[in-house]
Design a protein around this ligand. Structure first.
Ligand SMILES: *Cc1c(COP(=O)(O)O)cnc(C)c1O
Length: 760
């Protein structure tokens, strides 16, 4: 009865707590990103792993009060150390292999602390140490590592929710323990409460999540649960252990199968696995609800068997254990079969595809037989399409109704007001991002003959305005960590130029593909040398650097509403600046720079432009601003869906997600390693284009352009490499699941075909 109350109560509390929690998170831009289940890309969930681990430590301490102090101490130390690893991982993305080793070490320590010899009880009638004992320990060890690794299903925002669940469970357990003084009972209730709390947060995450997956942040949770299993088993004289192990056999088998497949395929086996059979079934076209239902009913059957198990003679138990294993094996086999027979893409014109991706290499030695004429999408799948939210047309209609069909009007005002609120700076709406950069260059006081620094890896519009002003660009290479301007190279360059008294007039820093450059050192350098810093955030509206919006952190920032950007007004741009008068100056220049005078005569004292945005287009931008958050979520989800779908392909890696900011993944960019992927980036682009998919290389560096021959470039090898190996995949926020699956299938197909016929 108490247990039932505990379960229901915890479920309720965590369910209710989910609402304010999600609200707070949303307010801080830490949104629930569907399909995104890894903390490594999200510095914003820095606390996720830590929260769980902290709770884990507390839980362990509680249970430690009851029994087996040494075991508990190891758990506690392990939890603390895991917190450190989680933290390092969130910050620096610790190598997966290191994490794996870490789990292994902890598993070993736990086993040792709980007493190796007792393990023998699980494996047979009084096995003594020696070969069989060692064997038993080995199996056990694998089970634990597998268990811990396999329990990675809650992470990112789900990880936070899991932390919340653990805390709720802990509270309930503590209350019970304090009230009754029965800490053994508290240990048991704890487990039940945890389950209840986890059940409570599921409704918050289930609807959006097509997959559960995750990483190290949730490993501690797995660790805790693994520990509870052992703990309960020990309490029950180990008799519970076998059934408990079987209850979780699916996770362990899952990890084992994944691991075996990877080793057999010569893939990076030590990478955290991103696909469970669960996801395979989802990818095979089964619904989220169906697969969950299937897993849960299997688990219930096993649970029933488990209870019965305790009351039957030894040989029946053995048979039952085997039966359960067979049951699970059947489940996995079903997963494989369903995956092979999955429905073909609904995209018209796509012929039935052989299931290239699941066939393990060993079952199909002759991959050449599997080459098929490539499918072709009947409608082109574009790189990045406009995606209206619905309210744009109302603002446009209002402009028509009120005859504000020029470059003044209420939409412009409203746009500037709401944009300024977003970036925290005064702003002006302009006819394009390029126009905004041009005005920024002028605001920086660039004169003919001056030099202006620009990254060489960028779109040409970043630096053309330098030429408009008769100034000279100097290009600087990118850093690998963010693909953006390398602060070290900039530092060396400015230092050397300062020594020769030839400092550039301005630096343009570009935030490519939705990711912020490493701004702190760049801002500091420009301050130090008194050089104006311009942020080209045309591709990165909505991106953040250390929780602040990019484009608002330097002397002047520019944004673009071009048709291919994350939000669009068909064409348009914004300029924002913290400096008094700069935005007004830009507005003045953008409307032909007519000097104010009472006669309204046409007085001109400096050059101006026709760069103002139309009030009609401002209406579109205004409507689009309303859906910016959603677009960011969608673009990120698309990038991570690609990443997860390609996790097992060698030599295909998502563009780095620098730990200091929020990457909108405006475009999903990948790096192709020809040696392991089998095909060059160029080859992959060609093969996708042949399938009517618009894929493109990463920007071609400016120093390699005919237009910019003869201009200085500092470094350049990184940018050239990124251009040679980088590829942008269709990333429209309106990309459908079917379309994305189609793209994914073509990429996997190209990989296998290339592997089967190298050199082609
Ligand atoms: C798109 C883009 C621009 C230009 O913006 P428009 O609004 O198209 O003029 C400038 N810089 C970069 C890096 C861009 O991607």
């Amino acid at each position: 009865m108490t247990a039932l109350l505990c379960f229901v109560g915890c479920a309720l509390v965590s369910w209710l707590a989910g609402y304010p929690a999600h609200r707070v998170l949303a307010r801080h831009g830490i949104l629930d990103h569907p399909n995104e289940r890894s903390c490594h890309d999200r510095p914003t969930v820095r606390g996720g792993g830590i929260a769980i681990v902290a709770a884990l430590g507390a839980v362990t301490a509680t249970v430690a009060l009851s029994q087996n102090r040494y075991g508990m101490l190891v758990m506690l130390g392990g939890a603390a150390a895991l917190a450190v690893v989680s933290f390092l991982d969130d910050q620096f993305s610790v190598a997966p292999a290191l994490r794996f080793c870490w789990h292994a070490v902890l598993a070993t320590a736990t086993l040792a602390a709980l007493g190796w010899p007792r393990l023998t009880l699980t494996f047979g009638p009084d096995w003594s140490w020696g070969v069989s004992g060692g064997l038993a320990a080995g199996v056990w060890f694998l089970w634990l590592v597998g268990y811990i690794n396999a329990f990675n299903f809650m992470d990112g925002i789900n990880g936070l929710a899991a932390g919340q669940a653990v805390v709720t469970g802990l509270g309930a357990g503590l209350l019970f323990g304090l009230h009754s003084g029965d800490w053994t009972g508290a240990g048991l209730l704890l487990a039940i409460s945890l389950a209840g709390a986890a059940a409570g947060f599921l409704p918050h995450n289930f609807p959006q999540a097509r997959m559960f997956m995750g990483d190290v942040g949730s490993a501690p949770l797995g660790f805790l649960l693994a520990f509870l299993v052992i703990y309960l088993a020990q309490k029950s004289g180990w008799v519970l252990l076998v059934p408990l192990a079987l209850l979780h056999a699916n996770y362990v088998l899952d990890t084992g199968v994944t691991l075996a497949r990877r080793i057999a395929r010569g893939e990076r086996w030590h990478q955290p696995h991103r696909e469970h059979f669960y996801q395979r079934l989802i990818r095979a076209g089964k619904s989220h609800g169906f697969v969950t239902g299937l897993e849960l009913s299997l688990q219930t059957v096993v649970l029933g068997l488990m209870v019965w198990y305790l009351f039957v003679p030894g040989w029946v138990r053995l048979l039952l254990a085997l039966a359960v294993l067979v049951l699970w094996a059947g489940f996995f086999a079903y997963g494989e079969i369903a995956f092979r027979r999955r429905p073909r893409s609904r995209l018209a014109g796509a012929p039935a595809q052989p299931d290239l991706e699941v066939a393990p290499a060993w079952s199909n030695p002759d991959l050449r037989d599997m080459r098929q004429p490539s499918a072709k999408a009947s409608q082109p799948i574009h790189l990045s399409l406009p995606h209206m939210g619905g309210s744009e047309i109302r603002f446009v209609q209002r402009a028509f109704d009120e005859n504000w069909l020029s470059t003044t009007g209420p939409n412009l005002k409203a746009l500037e007001t709401s944009f300024s609120a977003r970036v925290g700076l005064p702003s002006v709406a302009l006819s394009s991002g390029t126009a905004a950069i041009h005005l920024a260059v002028r605001l920086a006081g660039v004169k003919p003959g001056d030099e202006v620094v620009s990254p060489t890896l960028t779109f040409v519009a970043s630096c053309n305005p330098v030429l408009y002003e008769g100034a000279r660009p100097v290009f600087i290479d990118s850093e690998r960590r963010s693909w953006n301007l390398d602060p070290e190279l900039l530092s060396g360059f400015l230092k050397q130029r300062a020594a020769n008294n030839r400092l550039p007039k301005a630096v343009i820093v570009v935030h490519l593909f939705g990711q912020s450059a490493d701004l702190d050192p760049i801002v500091a350098l420009c301050r130090q040398y008194g050089v104006t810093l311009i942020e080209d955030a045309a591709e990165s509206l909505g991106a953040q650097y250390k929780n602040r919006p990019v484009g608002s952190l330097a002397d002047v920032g520019v944004y673009s509403f071009n048709g291919n950007k994350i939000i669009t007004s068909t064409g348009g741009g914004m300029l924002a600046s913290p400096h008094h008068g700069w935005v007004d100056k830009a507005r003045h220049w953008s409307t032909q720079a007519c000097d104010p005078n009472p006669q309204r005569n046409y007085l001109h004292s400096e050059i101006g432009y026709n760069y103002r945005l139309s009030n009609v287009l401002a209406g579109i931008a205004l409507g689009q601003l309303e859906v910016l958050e959603e677009r960011i979520r969608q673009r990120r989800a698309i990038a991570f869906r690609y990443r997860d779908a390609f996790a097992d392909l060698p030599g295909l890696e998502l563009m780095p997600q620098a730990p200091y900011g929020l990457h909108t993944n405006w475009l999903s960019c990948f790096l192709v390693d020809q040696a392991s992927f089998g095909l060059s980036a160029g080859g992959l682009v060609r093969s996708l284009n042949a399938a009517n998919i618009e894929a493109r290389p990463v920007w071609k560096p400016m120093h390699t352009q005919k237009l910019y021959q003869g201009y200085e470039c500092v470094g350049g090898a990184v940018a050239e490499d990124l251009n040679r190996r980088g590829i942008c995949l269709p990333s429209s926020s309106c990309l459908t699941d079917d379309e994305q699956r189609f793209v994914i299938d073509r990429v996997r197909e190209a990989h296998l075909a290339a592997k089967a016929a190298p050199g082609k």
